[in-house]
Design a protein around this ligand. Sequence first.
Ligand SMILES: NC(=O)C1=CN([C@@H]2O[C@H](COP(=O)(O)OP(=O)(O)OC[C@H]3O[C@@H](n4cnc5c(N)ncnc54)[C@H](OP(=O)(O)O)[C@@H]3O)[C@@H](O)[C@H]2O)C=CC1
Ligand SMILES: N[C@@H](CC=O)C(=O)O
Length: 414
Amino acid sequence: MVEIAVMGYGVVGSGVVEVLTNHAENIAKRAKEQIDIKYILDLREFPGSPFESKFTNSFDKILNDPEVKIVVEVMGGLNPAFDYVKRCLEAGKSVVTSNKELVAAKGAQLLKIAQKNNLNFLFEASVGGGIPIIRPISQCLAANDVVEIAGILNGTTNFILTKMIREQMTFDDTLALAQKLGYAERNPAADVEGHDACRKICILSSLAYGRHVYPDQVHTEGITKITLADVEYAAVWGGVVKLIGQVKMMENGKLQIIVCPMFIPRESQLANVDDVFNGIMVRGDSTGDVVFYGKGAGKLPTASAVVADVIDCVKHFKARKYLYWEDGSKDYVEDYLLNEVAMFVRAESDDEDLAFKNINQIFGGVTRLSRKKPANGEIAFVTDVMREKEIVAKLAELEPLGVNVKNMIRIGDL
Ligand SMILES: NC(=O)C1=CN([C@@H]2O[C@H](COP(=O)(O)OP(=O)(O)OC[C@H]3O[C@@H](n4cnc5c(N)ncnc54)[C@H](OP(=O)(O)O)[C@@H]3O)[C@@H](O)[C@H]2O)C=CC1
Ligand SMILES: N[C@@H](CC=O)C(=O)O
């Protein structure tokens, strides 16, 4: 019998307890040991719960109980999660977490402590919810040099964009529904401002390239500026708008990494990834493109990934699973303004013909887009591929000529 503790009884934590309870027999067969939840840590009390006797609000009780060999951290956030996880590892307990904020900020440090103590620190659920992606990158694709990873990494924003496009639901109503369904972060700004997707691409990059990429090194934009006009222009252009996290290894050894909404062509494998689903494309030098698809958020899909890690810990008490990356460095990530990109631009002008005369002169030609029922003075176009800083400079030149930019969306080469 292996005793474990679950810290956090929210969406994911309650799912973990449910999966471990409902599938106890099969899980025991796969782990070759019975798994017992000895404690559930939460700030709240749950009177009448079938697990009432297991609840505690004392972390020390878990930390100081030598019978507890594995701790599942599903509280979220950095504090006190970092302190608790670090102390559990130092006390000889393996840790499983779904907390991407923690892994993206402190992964290298926690992996080092786990390695030093010959323990496991596993986080399959931290990227892609129920989709297996951490193991495939670290094990199944290990023979490849990873050329690029690009994906729809946030279920909430993909759900919002899908509902806005298909059902004309408002942003606020769709976000409220995503929260009710347990998809959104406790502070949903992390979803809609792109920080959650940023944390996930940082974890994937760190894993694929062996050095920590910190969230503040990644240029990140969310979906709050996307309007139905942009969605219509994407369709006219021949694609859809998706929030994408993308990383490529450059020849100079630096990473090109970004999180932002992109126009992606209808033929792209990611274009039809809708609702709460995530899609992650990993391009290996030997495999070519490998695409992972599934539910990226929600109670049971996420719990499934957490419990799989628990089983793996039980099976590997004496042999560490190899997950590791080194600390990062300041100059590891290329300035995003140096990236080569084509850009969709939506702007406003009093004189459309004059505006396009100036735009064509300054950009040396653009592709003009038009939609049915544009707003008064609305103009839209797609630039050729050039360094992003050149695009920004050219748009700045156009401003005094009466072209006021309303939104810019990168064209994804996916
Ligand atoms: N929801 C999802 O689909 C997914 C979530 N994740 C990640 O999993 C983690 C958990 O997410 P989720 O379950 O949705 O979050 P919830 O907010 O639903 O659950 C967190 C739980 O932890 C409890 N908690 C918070 N701080 C403490 C503390 N100091 N001591 C004890 N208990 C505490 C909370 O209690 P209280 O409510 O009383 O504050 C709450 O019950 C997050 O890191 C999230 O990013 C990952 C993949 C998918
Ligand atoms: N809020 C996240 C939850 C899973 O990681 C999302 O919507 O993807």
